[in-house]
Design a protein around this ligand. Structure first.
Ligand SMILES: Nc1nc2c(c(=O)[nH]1)N[C@H]1C(S)=C(S)[C@@H](COP(=O)(O)OP(=O)(O)OC[C@H]3O[C@@H](n4cnc5c(N)ncnc54)[C@H](O)[C@@H]3O)O[C@H]1N2
Ligand code: MOO
Length: 341
């Protein structure tokens, strides 16, 4: 890389070799141009206002690329669907969510591409919930200029894959079966439906209908069947998931003929959750801790179900790492370690 003096009129597209200060009394004092900035046509007049007839620019060696251009090229290659890119600045580009959804990160590939020292790609966690406009990752070029061969090396590792994508939400109709003799008989007021309504507001989905049944296996199975018939796209049961003789909900779900993915998930709170699929419809058996705790395993699984993701037994086992909630005084989820793999 070489430093050259050139007339400002010839500076468009060239790279500034050092910071250049502008002072406008009562208005501005600072580096109007910084080392590494690329000059565009609008900048010529500003440079003249600053008294510059000539400036120092960096001349790129053959086979090298400016940090901003390289960051742009790389950022475009690593993004999949529903992600937008910021402008390049100081060799860095931020990636943001174009719409609400679940972030998908190819973690292994992320580690592979970061084996090139000149390219630094930083990511949020796989499977986190993002609102439109949320930042999720950064792409930075380490030196001011990077050799083209490093970009080729990066492309060879990436192939036709990408690192990041956002799976959008689809609002689904949810059928809820509340179980428990104490609720059915009216001894206590149901807390499941109000809790779930709050969760639907936060994550999405809408209540199709809810049915309260006693702790009777056949009644649980029949209520699920009725809600399925009515067009439920997700089925949820509340309560009766633990070890007492009256905890009969898992049996009620099994008796529908649904395929059980797993009963018992290594996440706290929420160990006693069951996930099954019944003709492709997810069935979630929720333990009663969901009505007591602010955030549980439900909040890790349900938003992903809204994207149409199909969970395997292994996906549920993977939740064990990071699946321990700290019960903070003020809950910051999802900006915390809960559910981060
Ligand atoms: N010895 C063990 N005890 C418990 C275990 C265990 O593994 N071994 N598991 C614990 C876990 S984890 C959970 S979570 C809880 C609750 O599990 P259940 O889903 O079986 O809850 P229930 O027995 O049905 O009810 C517990 C409690 O919550 C009230 N409840 C239930 N449904 C409603 C509702 N719709 N509205 C309001 N309140 C409701 C119910 O009246 C009980 O007071 O079990 C641990 N125990
Ligand atoms: O389903 Mo329970 O967490 O684990 O309280």
């Amino acid at each position: 890389m070489e430093i050259k003096e050139i007339p400002v009129e010839e500076a468009v597209g060239r790279v500034v070799a050092h910071d250049m200060t502008q002072i406008i009394p009562q208005e501005f004092k600072g580096a109007r141009f910084q080392k590494g900035d690329v000059i565009d046509s609008k900048d010529i007049s500003t440079l003249k206002d600053m008294g510059k007839e000539h400036i120092y620019v960096l001349s790129l060696d053959e086979g090298t690329i400016h940090e901003d251009d390289a960051a742009c090229q790389i950022a475009k290659k690593v993004v999949g669907k529903n992600i937008v890119l910021s402008e390049a600045n100081e060799g860095k580009i931020n990636l943001k969510a174009e719409q609400k959804g679940i972030l998908k990160v190819d973690k292994d590939l992320l580690l592979d591409v970061n084996s090139i020292d000149e390219i630094l790609i930083t990511s949020s966690h796989d499977n986190i919930f993002l609102q439109a406009g949320d930042s999720l990752a950064g792409v930075r070029i380490n030196p001011l200029t990077i050799e083209e061969r490093k970009l080729k090396q990066f492309e060879a590792i990436l192939g036709d894959q990408n690192l990041f994508g956002i799976e959008p939400f689809v609002d689904k109709k949810v059928g809820v079966v509340v179980t428990g003799n104490e609720v059915y008989s009216g001894r206590i007021e149901d807390e499941f439906v109000p809790t779930l309504q709050r969760k639907f507001k936060r994550w999405g989905g809408e209540l199709l209908d809810s049915i309260i049944v006693p702790d009777e296996v056949d009644e649980i199975t029949e209520a699920l069947s009725n809600l399925k018939e009515s067009g439920a796209e997700v089925l949820i049961t509340g309560g009766g998931m633990s070890v007492d003789p009256d905890d009969l909900t898992p049996k009620g779900i099994r008796n529908t003929g649904a395929e059980i993915v797993k009963y018992g998930v290594p996440v706290l709170p929420g160990n006693k959750l069951m996930l099954a699929y019944w003709d492709g419809i997810p069935v979630l058996g929720l333990p009663a801790c969901v009505i007591f705790e602010e955030i549980t395993v439900f909040d890790l699984i349900y938003p992903r179900l809204l994207t149409g993701e199909e969970f395997t037994r292994n996906d549920l086992i993977e939740l064990s790492y990071g699946g321990y909630c700290y019960h903070c005084d003020v809950c910051q989820f999802p900006q915390c370690s809960f559910g981060k793999i």
